[in-house]
Design a protein around this ligand. Structure first.
Ligand SMILES: [Zn+2]
Length: 51
């Protein structure tokens, strides 16, 4: 099972998750499913890493 982490969107403040291997500490942009904002993990309001 792929590891995931949770991100809080800086624009709409909603929380969603993404695959750690694909997006954590990468310069790859996340796409918020709620407001379509694009941002990298560093720009998130909050990051909650899984175990
Ligand atoms: Zn958003």
């Amino acid at each position: 099972m792929a590891r995931i982490f949770w991100i809080v969107c800086p624009k709409c403040k909603m929380k969603f998750y993404a695959a750690t291997d694909d997006f954590r500490n990468m310069d790859r942009k996340l796409l918020c499913p709620f407001c379509d904002a694009r941002f990298v993990d560093k720009e998130a309001d909050e990051i909650i890493d899984g175990d």
